[in-house]
Design a protein around this ligand. Structure first.
Ligand code: FDP
Length: 343
């Protein structure tokens, strides 16, 4: 493997900006602020579990501060890192019901930030990889005024950048701002994100599928057939596939992005819109996977083309390698036709 250039995230962002004539540098600064939040959250995630050992009592730690659940900590940290840079006009977080305004004392900028502060948080206590996901849009409301809900409810296609940080065996930040998908690993000694995965391209076809099979009974008949198909033996199509499901979307998709794989969180008879959130999870991950050459749909429609109607809406998602996602769509469409014919 050729050695990568010694490139920090900060330098990479500045170099990327030079590719866009007329860029003001605001997006670069915004991304740098985000990487600072990621470093702080990473440090705190690595301390998970120590609160009990160090004898924190009740809700207070040794400094007399409240011990917060990690997802609330990450939510607060994102806001603290991002509200005063002068680049944002509005934010929204998976952890908060309403839009988050920029305090009056700070400059109001032209970008919109949506984030899931800690995805996969039910895995924290088992030391399983979790992550932060972010999505950046340009505002559509007039500049200089506070941002609005409409600024947040844009189609995923309008994203100008998106990324995620996985807190795993190491901390990695992956982002795209329209010139490829790049991954940076946090060097704990320097406290810097260093380029480790340049211009990530996901394979066209894979051998891995990721889905919560416990929900099998409630799935669409076409999806049931597709999963059974993946489990059959056939050398030509490299079946059976391997099943890999961490239950932490950001980590599952990161693995599939690198090695190839399809991740699915479908609709089922109990949850007609699936489980995952369009604005905080599906749009940013779809933007990244598409930029790496993959595909992401709700089974019928491209995720990035869904017009959101509310901040916390959910959508089914099929995301990963192009051929695999197309195939599951075909399986489901075939069954749809049969159901209609029977009716
Ligand atoms: P979690 O509930 O732990 O936050 O976003 C929700 C999410 O995790 C995803 O990260 C994950 O892929 C999914 O839920 C897991 O859901 P199931 O437990 O239903 O499989």
């Amino acid at each position: 493997m050729p050695k990568l250039k010694f490139m920090t995230l900060a330098r990479h962002i500045i170099e990327g900006e030079k590719l866009h004539p007329g860029a003001t540098g605001e997006l670069s600064k915004l991304l740098s602020d985000l990487s600072l939040a990621a470093k702080v959250i990473s440090l705190e995630v690595n301390k998970a579990g120590l609160a009990d050992i160090l004898g924190f009592t009740g809700d207070n730690n040794v400094h007399g501060e409240q011990v917060k659940k990690l997802d609330i900590y990450a939510h607060d940290m994102m806001i603290r890192a991002m509200d005063h840079g002068g680049h944002l006009c509005i934010m929204a977080s998976e952890e908060e019901e309403d839009i988050i305004h920029i305090p009056n004392r700070f400059r109001i900028g032209k970008y919109v930030l949506l984030f899931d502060p800690l995805d996969g948080s039910s895995n924290i206590d088992a030391n399983i990889s979790i992550g932060t996901i972010f999505s950046i849009y340009r505002r559509i409301s007039p500049e200089g005024e506070p941002g609005t809900l409409e600024d947040c409810l844009q189609q995923g296609l309008n994203q100008v950048a998106a990324g995620y940080i996985v807190y795993g065996s190491s901390t990695i930040l992956v982002y795209t701002a329209g010139h490829g998908v790049h991954g940076f690993t946090l060097d704990p000694a320097f406290g810097e994100f260093l380029l480790s995965h340049e211009d990530i391209k996901t394979p066209k076809k894979s051998k891995i599928y990721s889905i919560n099979e416990g929900n099998y009974k409630y799935w669409h008949p076409g999806l049931k057939k597709y999963i059974k198909y993946l489990q059959e033996e056939d050398e030509a199509t490299e079946r059976p596939y391997s099943s890999r499901y961490i239950g932490s979307m950001v980590a599952d998709i990161h693995r599939n992005l690198l090695f190839g794989g399809i991740f699915m969180y479908p609709a089922d008879s109990r949850n007609p819109n699936g489980k995952l959130r369009l604005m905080y999870e599906c749009n940013p991950m779809s933007f990244i996977v598409e930029a790496a050459g993959g595909r992401a749909t709700n089974g019928k429609k491209r995720i990035l083309e869904i017009q959101p109607t509310s901040l916390h809406e959910r959508t089914p998602i099929f995301i990963g390698n192009e051929e695999d996602v197309k195939l599951v769509e075909e399986f489901m469409a075939k069954e749809e036709v049969q159901v209609q014919v029977q009716e």
